[in-house]
Structures are given as C-alpha cells and as structure tokens.
Design a protein around this ligand. Sequence first.
Ligand code: ADP
Ligand code: ZN
Ligand code: ZN
Length: 756
Amino acid sequence: MKPMKNIVEVIIDIGSSALNQTFYYHVPESLQQEIEIGHAVLVPLRNRTQVGYVVGYVEQTTMNNMKDIKEILGERPWFDADMLDLARWMEQYYMCSLMDALNSILPTGIKNRVKKTELLPPKVQVRYEKWACLKITSDKMAELLPSLVHRAPKQATMLSILQHEKEMPVRLLLKQAATTHSTLTALNQKGCIEIKEKEFRRDPFTAIQVEPDSPMSPTVEQHLALEKIDKEWKQKQKHPLLLHGVTGSGKTEIYLQTINQVIKEGKQAIVLVPEISLTPQMVKRFKARFGNDVAVLHSGLSLGERYDEWRRIKENKVKIVVGARSAIFAPFKKLGLIIIDEEHENTYKQSCHPRYHAREVAIRRSMKEDALVILGSATPSLESYQKALKGEYLLVEMKKRIDGRALPPVKLVDLREEIKKGNKSILSYSLQQAINERLEKQEQIILFLNRRGFSTFVLCRECGLVLRCHHCDVSLTYHADHHKMHCHFCDHQESVPDRCPSCQSPYIKYFGIGTQKVEEVVKSTFPEARVLRMDMDTTSRKGDHERLLSAFEHHEADILIGTQMIAKGLDFGNVTLVGVISADTSLHLADFRAGERTFQLMTQVAGRAGRGTLGGEVIVQTYSPQHYSLIAAEHHNYQAFYEDEIKARQELDYPPFSHIIRLLITSIQEKQTIQGAETLGNHLQIFANERGCHVLGPVQAPISKIKNAYRWHIILKGENMMALQDTVHQALAAFKSAARTLHVDIHIDVDPLSML
Ligand code: ADP
Ligand code: ZN
Ligand code: ZN
C-alpha cells in the first residue's frame, strides 16, 4: 500500500542557509495522488509565498491549523529518496544546510523563483519543435500525387518527401522541399498532413564525430587488474579500488572494459573527469566504445543541453555519464559503477558552498546504492594511498606503459646556473637546444607553465613595492596585450603607473612570466615555429578547448604553450618533448600540500611526453633542484615521494594523520571581522578542549581581502572528525547572537584543500 500523502514535510528554498528547518503542510486531496518526494511546491510561509521541496511524508501530526500546499511546480520530482539521503549526509558531514546540499543535486536552471507575489518561470525548459506527419494512406497518396504534380508542384515535392520519411521536423522539411509555410498550410488544410509538437533534444555531441571502436585485448597487467575488479564487483560489500597506474598504462581501457561488464548486467556507470578540458578526448573514447549510451554533464554545456542530458539520464535513455564533479549526482536508478579518473585532482572539491568532495560523496553514494568505486591515478592523493595501504581500499597497480614503452627521462635544469652562464632568457640552453632538435624532426612540443600569469607581478626595482589590488590584497597581474594590470580575484583593472606610487621611482618592471610572455619569447627565439597558446584567455568561449586541441592534434602547430589545463589527460603521439618553464611556482605556495601538488603536476606533465612510438623527454626548469618532490618526479618514483611526504605529514600531524575543518570569517568591516574571529575562536577553544581537538588561530587569511570583504580564519584540527564537527556545532550555537550583531559571515570548509 502506498503511504498516505496527506501531510508533507517541505524544505523552503530561500537564499539564507540560516533557515535550515523544514515545515509541514497539508496536501489538498486533488494533489495527493501526484505528490512525491522531490517535487517542487508552492507554499505559504509567514504571509508570503515560497518555493520549497518535498522531503518527507507524515502519517499523523498533532499540529493544528496546518496550511495547504498551493501547487506542485514543474513536470516531475527532481530527486528521489536515495538522493535525499545523500543530501542529508552532506548536510551533516559538510555542515551545510539541507537546501545547500539539495542545490548541488538539483539540475541547473529548473527552479521557479518567487519575486514578491509573482512566480517567475525556470531558466530552462523542455524545448519543442513542430513536426509534419503524413496522415493519408499510400492508396490515397497514389491517387493524389499525379494530380498535384502539375497544379501544385511544391506540394507534390513535399508529399513525396513525406511519403518516404512519414514524419519529420517542419524546419527540415521546408528546407528539403525548398518551399515555405504556405505549402505546408495547404497540405494541412487538405487533410494530408498533421502538425505535431515534439520534444527537441539539444544535443551537445553534434560537433563531435567519432569512429566506433572495440575493446582491445588486455595486456597482462590489465588482465590482472580486471580480474581483481571483477572479483570485487561480485562481493556484497564492495571496497573502493585504487587503480594506481603510471600514465599510459592503460587505465582508461580498464574503465571502458569494466563499464562494458557493468552495463551488460543492466547497471549504469558514472565516470568523473577532473576538468572540462579533459572531456573532449575522454568523451570521444567513451563515445567510440558506447555510442548513444553516453551522456555528458559539465558546465561547458548550455543550460538547455545540460537539462536535456539530465533528462536522458533520468528517463533511462543512457547507461553511462561522463562528466565533471557534479555528475556524481547523475540521477541513475541502478547505479553499478563510479569511476573517478585522476582522483587526486583538486577540482573534485567544490570551492564554494557546500564544499563537498566528489570522491567522498561517491563513496557514500556507492555504499547506499551498492555500486563499485574505482579511483584511478598515476599519483594518488596521500589520503587515498594511505587508505589503500591500510586495506580500506583495494590497491591495484599497473607499473608499465602499454607496449613496454619507457616513461620519458626527466631532466632537472638548475636555473641559478643559467644566470651564471649569462643566459637571461626564460628558456634555459638545454631547453632551447631540445626544442630545436624537435622542430627539425617535425615532432611536437608542449611547454607548461604553472597558472596563468601567476608570477607576472609588477615590481618597483628601487623600493621593492609589488602592486596589489586594493580590494583583494593579492598582487595584480600584468597583461601585455592591452598593457593593463588585472586582479584575478575581483577582476579589477588598472593601468601600469609611470612611477612607483610609494617612492616615485621610474624603474617599474614586470616580473616573472605568464603564458603570453612565454609565447612572446618562444616566437622570437623560434620564429619559424607555429605556436598555440592555451589558457583561460584563449579558451573563454564554448568550443575553444576542442578547437585548440584538435588543431594541435592535426599538427597545425609545433608548440603548445599552456597552464594546468594542458597537464592532464592529453594523448598526442607526436609530442616528444615537454618543457616545464618553472616548477617553483607551485613549490612555494603557503600550503602543506605544496610538495604533493608539485609532484603530481610534474608527473602529469611528464606523462604528456612520449605517448607514441617516438619516445620522449621532459625538461623541468627550477630554482630548487634539490627538493624531494622534484627528485622523486625525476625518477618517476611515487613510493619514494610517498615515504618522504607521509613522514613530513606525520611529524606535523597534518592529514591524513588528522582531520581539518577550516572556519573562514568575513565582513566588510575589518574590526568586526577580527572581533568575530576572536569571539568564535574563544568559543571553539572551550569546546575543542573537551573533545581533544586543537584550535589554530584566529589569523588573517593568506588572502586577507576579497571583493572588499576582510578575511580571517581559524583551523580546527583533530583525529576524530565527529569530535571536530561537534565542536563546530557547539561553538556556532554559542556564537549565534554575536554573529548577528557583528554582521560577519562564517564559511565552513570540512577537509579543506586550499587555505588561501
Ligand atoms: P592511461 O589512462 O593509463 O593514461 P590509456 O588507457 O590512455 O592509459 O592507454 C594509453 C594508450 O595505450 C592509449 O593510446 C590506448 O589506446 C592504448 N592501449 C590501452 N590498452 C591497450 C591494449 N590492451 N592494447 C593496445 N593498446 C592499448
Ligand atoms: Zn618604489
Ligand atoms: Zn581584487
């Protein structure tokens, strides 16, 4: 028997996460059949009308004068009980409101908003288009056509097209028949055709053409890995698998074959990839193997495409979704497998509220829905590798590249020596020579730079002043193309001053290098080379990634210069040289994960070289060639890196030996920010002591101001996550009234990856 649905529990969708509370409503009889968990509803609340979501049924209540649900909005429920359960877990673990958690799950753009009393429509809706459908029998057609050929040739053309197609979009029909609407109307009036509205699919794949392929016969290592996966797949309680395989060891082929197995058994698969720039090549490989069974979900799609893909998943029309972080919420009903490629990547952690990590959500979701999780990486996160060593995850290793191709030799070049040799270029002599050799052999080169314009600050050579943004307290970045400085936090722009604002010296200099600068130097050093640059500036429009990568793939350029976004996943057989302009930028970040990031980045970058039969070489330029992360990267030695790094973490009691919750306090007023941070800090201290947790700070955050808001933070550290969460709950409750009078905002980050 279906549960009674006369009373429902509703969470209200209002911006403020302060109202993390549900309300009960009576369901009018006319809606009782239809209403489901996940439906958007219109409800009265405190003399206003609000949009909310149904999160539960209630059989009985002692409450009287309960108000009525006004209306069900939208064509369907937007989440089911399993997803609601996941949201409730996020609420608890990441300490966000339930509505914040649900906002991550709801498809983008489907929301109705209430503005005063007027209900605004959602940003995205199902799109329809007109189809013409043939209504007459073939006998009738045979009778009619000859008479039309002379009297109304256009109608005849149109009919004979439809005779073939039976039905087709009006848009196409008019084009094929080379005629106008009047012809259509005439046929309609004669009763020959009928015009129907049909759903129109906004298809993100129209630009992607792929040849189908078939499974490759696995190598010995792949075979062993597949066996282990298969064994775990058959277990009742499945452990997540950590697939640690060097770049080019054939991990993707493992994913493809495992998915094949899973969908054969009627289940579905989610594949997460770290970044949108990765998706074109990855998506192609999945499309080649699984064709129309694949959907994609990422922010590079238009709202309409996204919504239509989401519905294809929801309506069981696809079996596999490939996507970025939020694809972990793909509404599959029979999820069997979740693959997280490059599991160590930071992009899996959402950097705004709620700050969830897709890997943790995946593991939680898999337990509930009995799915298998595969985490793949050439450089697993320290957290995951430690779990694998402890047996919490199953470790599967693939140490060889396909065909036994060697990993490319990595050479560290000491930049301090270059200055001594009198070389002032950003390209060391070794790198210049290596580039020359490749150009002569018509092989390709990738030059990698950490972060767009990261070090292109503007500095006074006399007093050392670095020009900073007034709103954000970060250094401004110089952009050569229009000779201006930009702030990469708030987008503030200003011209470069003629004289130092502090000491009036005229010796202002642009320091460090951005991708544009590298491009300039490369072009002047190798005037004959064809150069492509890939960074945020050159990839701001939809399709830019694909276009640039495809141009490089087809050897329309010799050298590709880029940021992080070219470090991962790319697979070009003709690339035989990868140069890292400076490894130092990531090494000197004020963050305990700096060493790990650098090792990962160098290994990933190195993996771009020698993917084909030609072999390859990597040259890393640095001012710190003695750093253990770089030495480990030089020798392709993950274990050596892991041992050094885990020791350092243990000494300082950093994750994975402890958990961290970061509390960021922000306000427009500096005094309030400090006062708020101190008050909250005191509360935390009291509750932390009782629970064996440590409070660090409050201190000014490394970026002390963003968009005019001052920023202070407090780090809470301890072995037991529940004790940490509990401490925060208690302290926040005690802090509530102070927060209101001080007008400060508190941002909570559980397991933070960035401390800036
Ligand atoms: P990874 O994901 O570990 O970097 P890939 O799956 O991309 O590695 O494999 C590297 C290359 O080897 C790809 O070009 C892929 O097509 C090829 N490859 C993978 N498995 C096999 C196999 N069993 N036989 C032949 N070629 C393979
Ligand atoms: Zn100065
Ligand atoms: Zn700024």
